[in-house]
Design a protein around this ligand. Structure first.
Ligand code: GTP
Ligand code: MG
Length: 289
């Protein structure tokens, strides 16, 4: 059983792939839309499947499933799903609206990267909310990695600056930077993210840098609208899709890749430290369909 199999529940599970009649195609399209894959993608995929079934004279349910996986996989191939950690200290700027799972994902990621033998440093640049740095510190302890933090209300840029100096001095492999999900308004938030990015470019011009947007899978298509704003202003290199354990709407993975053109790099499948997995399109489709 693959990683995603236990979340399969409401996706294609109730559909029989054995009889290729009108009902089958209608049900398939409907279930894809219900799974949040998006109307356009669902229509296109089903049309493509019809054509493929006819042209290749597909007979068995397994052949049909394989064809559908193949069609959907093309939507998921939108860039390298691996983190770029090549040039040290690699800096991962983790962004997203409040409550999506930024801090938790950083904790999980720190644990994973440390387990791979990397030296990790956390940066508490969410100074807006009281207790945000405390929460990150709890994760630093759990993962057994260092953290750079300041007092509440400190300038996030100053915290990041400190963290980057520490990273260089301590020969750190990767800095994971937590950011605020909410400021006084959205324009402020975007301005702050741009400022953080500038500091990274100035202090670590040769580093690998990723801007990872954290999205909550349970917010479905609404989350996608937020994501577009972040994409336009912050530039994104990857998505961390959290709370996939809490939804039957796994199709959102396909909609994200297609509508944002940014690869999902990790998925959150629970609240525990081990519940973050690298996203693998082949495995996902094998389990879901
Ligand atoms: N079930 C489940 N819960 C998750 C997952 N990721 C995060 N959570 C929960 O979501 C809640 C919010 O997580 P945080 O990490 O605090 O979110 P945040 O984006 O840092 O929030 P702010 O700092 O307020 O902006 C917590 O209760 C987490 O345990 C996941 O993959 N699955
Ligand atoms: Mg947080």
């Amino acid at each position: 059983m693959g990683l995603f199999a236990k979340f399969k529940k409401a996706w294609f599970a109730p559909i029989s792939f054995e009889t290729l009649d009108e009902d089958f195609y209608d049900n398939l399209e409907e279930s894809m839309i219900l799974a949040d894959a998006g109307m356009e993608i669902s229509e296109e995929a089903v049309a493509a499947l019809r054509e493929r079934a006819y042209k290749d004279m597909l007979q068995t349910g397994d052949q049909v499933k394989d064809a559908l996986r193949d069609i959907l996989r093309k939507n998921l191939e939108v860039g390298d799903p691996h983190l770029d950690l090549a040039r040290k200290p690699a800096v991962m700027l983790v962004i997203g609206v409040n409550g999506v799972g930024k801090t938790t994902s950083i904790g999980k990621l720190a644990h994973r990267l440390k387990g791979e033998g990397r030296k990790v440093l956390l940066c508490a640049a969410d100074t807006f909310r009281a207790a945000a740095a405390d929460q990150l510190e709890i994760w630093a302890d759990r993962a057994g990695v260092d953290i750079v933090r300041q007092h509440e209300g400190a300038d996030p840029g100053a915290v990041l600056f400190d963290a980057l100096q520490a990273a260089k001095a301590r020969n750190v492999d990767v800095v994971l930077c937590d950011t605020a999900g909410r400021l006084h308004n959205k324009a402020n938030l975007m301005k702050e993210l741009a400022k953080l990015r500038k500091i990274i470019d100035r202090e670590c011009p040769d580093s690998s840098v990723e801007t990872l947007l954290v999205l909550d899978a349970t917010t479905g298509q609404n989350g996608l609208i937020q994501a577009k704003t972040f994409k336009e202003t912050a530039g994104l290199t990857g998505i961390i899709l959290t709370k996939l354990d809490g939804t039957a709407k796994g199709g959102i993975v396909i909609a994200i890749a297609r509508e944002l053109g940014v690869p999902v790099k990790f998925v959150g499948l629970g609240e525990g430290i081990d519940d973050l997995q690298p996203f693998d399109a082949g495995e996902f489709l094998a389990d879901m369909i």
